[in-house]
Each structure stands twice: as C-alpha cells, then as structure tokens.
Design a binder for this molecule. Sequence first.
Ligand SMILES: Cc1cc2nc3c(=O)[nH]c(=O)nc-3n(C[C@H](O)[C@H](O)[C@H](O)COP(=O)(O)OP(=O)(O)OC[C@H]3O[C@@H](n4cnc5c(N)ncnc54)[C@H](O)[C@@H]3O)c2cc1C
Length: 417
Amino acid sequence: MKRVNIVILGGGAAGLMAACTAAQNKNAGPIVVVEGNPKLGRKLLATGNGRCNLTNMHVSPAHYHGDVRAAEPLLAQYTPEKIRAVFRTLGLITREDSEGRVYPHNLQAAAVLSILRDYAAEHGVLFLLERTAVSVQKMKKGFRITLSDGEEIEAAKCILACGGAASPKHSCSDGYTLAKTLGHTVTLLYPVLTQLVCKEKLKSVSGARCAAEATLLSDGQPVCSESGEVQFTDNSLSGICIFGLSIPAGEFFSTGKIQGKPYKTLSVRLDCLPDLSFRELADYLLEIRANFPDRPAGDLLTGLMHMKVGFLLIQRAGIDPNLLLRRIPQGQIQKLAALIKGWTLEITGTKGWNDAQVTAGGIPLSEVNVETMESKKVPGLYLTGEMLNIHGDCGGYNLHFAWSTGCAAGADAARRS
Ligand SMILES: Cc1cc2nc3c(=O)[nH]c(=O)nc-3n(C[C@H](O)[C@H](O)[C@H](O)COP(=O)(O)OP(=O)(O)OC[C@H]3O[C@@H](n4cnc5c(N)ncnc54)[C@H](O)[C@@H]3O)c2cc1C
C-alpha cells in the first residue's frame, strides 16, 4: 500500500498540469500520477496535428458550451496570458498565429509533454504507468484507490483527470464511473468537433479541399456559419469550420434539439466561392463561355476552384460535361452559379466517438467549486478537464480549459496539505 498526499488519476493535459502546479508547492508532500496507458499524454501528442494548439488569445465564455456561466470565474482567473506565463515558468516558450491560436514555439506537441513530464519528475512526482484506477473509495480520512494490478494507494486528496469519451484510442478509460460512484452525476454525453456525414455520396471529390463559407441549416433555417477550408471525404465534410458546426449538429443528433429547440432535419449549405458575389460569378462564367466556346462544359470551372469539386457541381447543375460551352444556355450557367454559392447537403449524422476530438456533456460544474475545482459533494476530491460538462470551440479552447482546471486543482490540493 502506497501512502501519498495527492493522487492524480490520469496523466493527460489536466493531470500533468495539476501535478506540476502541486509540485511547485514545497509543502505539497508526496504526489503520484496514475496513468492507464504505457506512456503519459498520448492524446496530448495528437493535438493540433502534432503541433499542440495549447490555448487561444481569444479565450472567453463565448467560445465555450455547456455550463459556461459557472466557468466564468475560472476563465477570468486563467487568461491565455496566464497560461502562457505558466508554460514559460515550466520551460516552454509559445507563439501565436494570426488567428490567436497559441502553439509551442517549436510547433511540437512532444515538447509540451516533455516539459510537463520532466518538470513534475524533477519536483518529485512519481508516475505509475500501465495501471488504471478501477475504484476510488472515500475513507474517513482521504481516499483509497485500487489499481488494475491490485495495488492500493491511500491519499489525502484525489484529483480526477481522466479525460472524456472522445477518441478512445488515445485514452485507457474514462473517469465517469469513478465520479459516479463518488456521488457525482454525469449529463448526456455526445461527440463533437468531428466530421458531418452527408446523404450525398462524395467519393468523386474525396480528398479535395476548398475555401468555403459553411452554414448549418435546421429545417432549412440558418443556425450558424463558419468560414474556412472544407475537406471532403467519401461520405462526409471535414475541416475546422465543419468542426465548429458539429457542436450544434452533435446536440441535434443526440437530443433532436439545438439549444433546446426541436428540429427535424439538418443540412449544410456551402458557399464554395465566398469572395465572389453571385453576380460577379455568373458574369465570369458567361465570360469564359464567350472566350472559349469550343471547350467542353466539364472544364468551365477549371480556372476557378478545385477541379474535382467543380466537375461534380457542373454535373449536379444538370449540365452535360461533354457539351461544348457555346451550347450551354445562360439559364443553366446561372443555375450553376447559384449552386456554387449555395450547395446544400443533407446531413445524416456526425462521425462517432472514434473521430471526435472532444466530449460534450459531463459532470455539471455546479457540483464543483470552480475557483479550486474541489468537489462540493466530496471534500478533498477534485474534478478537472474534459470530464466536466463544458467543451470549447476548435482552436486551443479545450486544452486551455484542461490546463486551467489542472492549475486550480493542483494549487488547492497542495495548499491544503
Ligand atoms: C486528435 C485530437 C486533436 C486535438 N487537438 C486539440 C488542440 O489542438 N487544441 C485543443 O485545445 N484541444 C485539442 N483536442 C482536445 C484535447 O486534447 C482534450 O480536450 C484534452 O486533452 C483533455 O484533457 P484531459 O486531461 O481532460 O484528458 P486527456 O488529455 O484525455 O487525459 C486523460 C488521461 O487519463 C487517463 N485515464 C483515464 N481513465 C483513467 C483511469 N481510470 N486510471 C488511470 N488513467 C486514466 C487516460 O489514459 C488519459 O491519458 C484534441 C483532441 C484530439 C482527439
């Protein structure tokens, strides 16, 4: 039986930050991190395509969903500047891009993991790897944790940092059951920041990308719009702007509602050339027809957009791609311009947990003191990161929340030694 002051269950973003913060306090006593995977931070290494978009200069409640109101004091306390300063103290310099996304200066997620792991180890934190916490019992004083190999740990304080249900290949387990056995509740969970599955087959454009404005429509009415690069797969739409739309879409496919209002259908309208007005586009297409009357219609969009996407749109507008341009009537050219500016695809679902980056839903923030992340139900227990009922937009907001909760929990657990 190991006896420690602080046990941290989960060696991901929130758990490692909690360990580093707690270890900064010389009076913190022994700290152990339990991680079920053979290595720490497996998901962290995959973030930002291996570059780790670790926070965003635009962090504000507007970029979060779920129990946002309750999280406001935490977000006010842990600004992006503060998180960047914390990383600097740990030995990592960061840089921001033109959209406020913050990365490690060397653009390597491995560097983020390395500085967290090394800092914690240098400050005496013990890591127990390849052992999952299978139960957490509240004792008269502190907690008894049983690991998958039968070993037991007694700890005065326990920080749950087990992550969410998204992308299970990066995670050994999740901590919802542990939290429930300790008396916490868990709201409905569903995957977000993921692809949107289309009814229309997109095999011919699979792999193509185009800069677009994407609007989510529920029962034909706009819900929200995002601009950016849309990527096509065999049967779905992907890309950062689509991930943004997956937040209300995820809610729709798991509850039939968006922000509490019921809807029946969902679609995405793509403006595939947002920088041209309908008039400019139609005039340009007529100009091409006039200048190159003997070209096949299938080439009409070659100089304008991704060729495969253009070819598919020509077919969808009912134009025979083999017909010479001179034989395409003006009305059909206008129909094509309208389709390019408003290609509407019916959405049949989101990709599931395996493809999702984040979990929507979790333990309500009303069950924790958000200044310290201590449970209101179980003194000495702390809840952090993606396990909680809050999720952020794509762009560094989710890691920002993980770091912030890790800092708050680690500092409080160490202070109350
Ligand atoms: C592909 C991908 C890319 C992403 N990119 C970004 C990005 O660039 N920016 C951003 O802000 N967010 C990104 N995210 C989201 C972000 O990674 C998560 O929100 C964040 O890692 C959550 O931190 P966490 O500490 O709560 O959970 P995790 O980082 O998932 O860590 C939880 C850890 O706990 C361990 N664990 C679970 N249960 C137990 C148990 N019972 N016993 C022991 N160990 C346990 C798991 O194995 C895991 O290592 C991305 C997610 C994915 C999947």
